[in-house]
Design a protein around this ligand. Structure first.
Ligand code: ATP
Ligand code: MG
Length: 749
């Protein structure tokens, strides 16, 4: 049997959970807040969550995390559902709303109050902020923190009953105002908002904060794998705290992956809303918008989006994808599917001087000229007056120009060879039309040799069409706070003078075409409604950006998707020197220089512990425990970690104890010394107690005692194990071993 290697770390986790029986089936969810239109970043989360459920025969829920009455709206709920269905996913019955859980959440909040784990705080918003401290300064407890359970229950009930005005007080979890993770400094759970909720109406005037509602909503729905983006890494500790405090079981576990970012655009709903509100775009579905509504209107197919999300992958490394990668998947699909037609964007008339004025012909032109054997043709009208692309003519052609110029011979696509004989100009010197010679036998291969092939349409029969060419929305690769000033003024070019072959009027309006030599287009669905012929360019044939974009920035284009660098087999001189200077072994040194984040963590901790054990603990203990979380987002500092390692190095703590303490720190933070002390206090190494336990066990297993006496010394380990079991692990293994051997020997002699 060949072992299947998971495609990404999330799938590896799911595989493992199913293999070990930790989960028998998986339930994921896509949890949008209905406060904006979904964008390409959401597509990543959607394809990941729904994709997982489909692959593993599980379920994916659509849950609206609608806890904020101020920003949410039914329009957004509908937009999200529309986009999800369009992307090809079906949530069936599993449509949920966090707001439907308000009552349960309220009950659970009361439970936390009863447990002394939540309190009503009257501090103002600014005061709460001031009391919270900073990353380096611990927070201070609110003067209301020690209210009695009864008082808190009463106040909270009155909050709900509408007895207080907006902002009078809040409900907070009572955790730790000095916690290294700021999220744990008594986070807010409820605020008062006398506001109308789009779904709950006026039923509530207190609303749960997202951080309180989110994890519990997952738990209510039985979500097994709560997948979210990296910025929620530090929130995980809090979500776990709530679930632990409420003793919810079984419970969801959260895993974080890197957001999908796209260069030359933005994926913040707040900023997108500003573009819409300030009229920089025509709406959420403007074809330049990175919203799924915009992308759809532009003509991109759901399959191309799914393929793009797949190609970007699921990693822990933040990266920015090149928009050309999305275009690549559009081309990849449409190259196989889109019939070819001809459209002239900027027409220049040509007269075939030797063609009779009444000559009219309908030529057969294949839709898929490159696919031998693929059926499908359309009729293309041909006569004495034709239109070609103005840019396909040059009076003084540059070297290698294989199109029209005085005297040049070219082929008209699917038609005849012509020669340009003369140029007609108007009064101000602009080229008005070309006079050409037609070679009527050239369709069958006779006639002069053409230099190149150009596209064209018939002047009389062609249809007027509006063509919209789209470029990147922003000139900046990474739009920042000044994004409005970084908009690309040429992101939409509307051509109103274009002409297209008449076949497109007959074909289904939904068809996506390749306009010969111009790119992939489709009929704008909004404009199509009133019968106007408007085509949007979905993607250029090749990357048009580098060729035609205004040179507004000097920044080099961003590399496609960042793939985490493989550890270089050959170390650079700088790295070699660094490893030697730290006094690290080659293995640990290489592991650290290969992971810049781990190296930074090492450097921040090395003042507090000897280098080699420190490096080894980072590589062998911390990184596996952190499971890919960012080290600087862990709920403890590098310094604290250094102190822990130092306790082991100086033999003040056993490696076993330190490992357990580290596991606690990774989960919930805390100070290593305090945790070690607590661990020691609960450690059983009192000789008299241990002797009593060992004595009982020897009475229980007389055979083993005899066997030991007969020389089976390995049985000492058996007794040590039994003591640990009997004391639920509290006994110190080393102290126990001493007592076990002492007792077994005593009875021998
Ligand atoms: P907000 O700041 O308004 O919360 P958001 O982009 O997080 O914006 P949500 O509606 O909360 O919007 O997102 C729904 C889900 O999509 C979340 O699980 C979120 O982690 C995920 N998501 C959002 N943006 C991206 C992105 N760029 N890449 C991958 N997943 C994303
Ligand atoms: Mg969000």
């Amino acid at each position: 049997m060949t072992e299947r290697r998971a495609r990404d770390f999330i799938r590896a986790i799911v595989d493992e959970d199913l293999r070990t029986g930790r989960r028998s089936r998986i339930i994921t969810r896509f949890p949008p807040e209905p406060n904006g239109f979904p964008h390409i970043g959401h597509a990543k989360s959607i394809t990941l969550n729904f994709g997982l459920a489909m692959e593993y025969g599980g379920t994916c829920h659509l849950r609206f995390d609608d806890t904020n009455p101020a920003t949410e709206d039914l329009t957004y709920v509908e937009a999200i559902k529309r986009d999800l269905a369009w992307l090809g996913y079906d949530w069936g019955e599993n449509e949920f709303y966090a707001s439907d859980y308000f009552e349960t959440l309220y009950t659970w909040a009361c439970k936390l109050i009863s447990l002394g784990l939540a309190y009503v705080d009257d501090l103002s918003e600014e005061e709460i902020r001031a009391y919270r401290g900073t990353v380096t300064v611990p927070g201070r407890p609110s003067p209301y923190r020690d209210r009695s359970v009864e008082e808190n229950l009463d106040l909270f009930a009155r909050m709900r009953a509408g007895k207080f005005g907006d902002g009078t007080c809040v409900l907070r979890a009572k955790i730790d105002m000095a916690h290294t993770n700021m999220k744990m400094r008594d986070p807010l759970m409820y605020r008062i908002r006398h506001a109308h909720h789009y779904r709950q109406g006026d039923a509530w005037c207190i609303y749960p904060f997202y951080d309180w509602a989110h994890g519990q909503s997952d738990a209510i729905e039985g979500i097994t794998h709560s997948i979210c983006t990296l910025e929620f890494t530090t929130n995980r500790v809090l979500y776990d705290w709530y679930l632990d405090a409420l003793a919810i079981n079984p419970r969801p576990y959260q895993y974080e992956f890197a957001r999908l970012n796209l260069g030359h655009t933005i994926t913040s709903k707040r900023k997108l809303l500003r573009l819409v509100q300030e009229g920089h775009v025509s709406g959420w579905d403007d074809p330049r918008m990175p919203t799924l509504a915009g992308i759809r209107r532009r003509g991109v197919t759901p399959a191309a989006i799914r393929a793009f999300c797949e190609a970007v992958g699921t990693t822990k490394v933040d990266s920015v994808s090149d928009p050309d990668l999305l275009d690549h998947h559009v081309r990849d699909e449409l190259n196989r599917k889109a019939p070819r037609v001809m459209c002239v964007l900027d027409p220049l008339e040509i007269t075939l001087t030797n063609c009779p004025a009444d000559h009219k012909e309908w030529l057969d032109a294949p839709y898929w000229p490159h696919d031998i054997g693929r059926e499908g043709t359309r009729k293309v009208p041909f006569s004495r007056s034709l239109l070609v692309e103005r840019s396909d003519f040059a009076e003084r052609p540059p070297k290698g120009f294989r199109r029209l110029s005085p005297g040049a011979i070219v082929r008209l696509r699917h038609a005849y060879v012509i020669r340009c004989d003369a140029v007609v100009k108007n009064a101000d010197g602009r080229v008005q039309k070309l006079l050409c010679t037609w070679f009527p036998n050239s369709r069958d291969g006779d006639g002069p040799k053409a230099r190149g092939t150009i596209h064209w349409v018939d002047t009389q029969a062609a249809l007027p069409v509006v063509v919209r060419l789209y470029e990147r929305l922003f000139v900046a690769a990474h739009p920042d706070q000044n994004f409005v000033s970084q908009l690309n003024p040429a992101s939409e070019v509307v051509l109103t003078n274009s002409r297209i072959e008449p076949s497109v009027a007959i074909d289904a309006p939904k068809t996506r075409y390749q306009f010969t030599r111009l790119g992939y287009f489709w009929r704008d669905p909004v404009s199509a409604a009133d019968g106007t012929l408007v085509f949007n360019r979905i993607a250029a044939l090749r990357d048009g950006w580098t060729r035609s974009a205004p040179k507004l920035e000097t920044e080099p284009p961003k590399r496609r998707v960042a793939i985490p660098p493989l550890p270089a087999p050959q170390l650079s001189a700088v790295d070699q020197r660094w490893i030697a200077a730290q006094g690290l072994t080659d293995t640990i040194g290489r592991a650290l220089v290969g992971a810049p984040e781990a190296k930074a963590f090492f450097e921040a901790a090395v003042a507090h512990a000897p280098a080699q054990p420190l490096g080894s603990w980072i590589v062998n203990r911390l990184l596996p425990l952190a499971k890919g979380s960012r080290l600087d987002a862990l709920p403890f500092s590098a310094e604290a970690f250094g102190r822990l390692v130092n306790r082991v190095a100086s033999k003040a703590a056993s490696s076993h104890q330190a490992r357990e303490v580290l596991a606690t720190m990774v989960r919930t933070g805390g100070d290593p010394d305090a945790l070690l002390l607590a661990k020691k206090a609960s450690t059983l190494d009192d000789a008299a107690t241990l002797r009593a336990i060992v004595g009982k066990l020897m009475d229980k297993y007389p055979d083993k005692v005899r066997a030991y006496r007969a020389g089976k010394r390995g049985l000492a380990g058996f007794f040590v194990g039994q003591v640990l079991k009997a004391t639920h692990g509290a006994a110190s293994p080393s102290a126990t071993r001493v007592i076990v051997e002492e007792q077994l020997h005593q009875q021998t002699s």
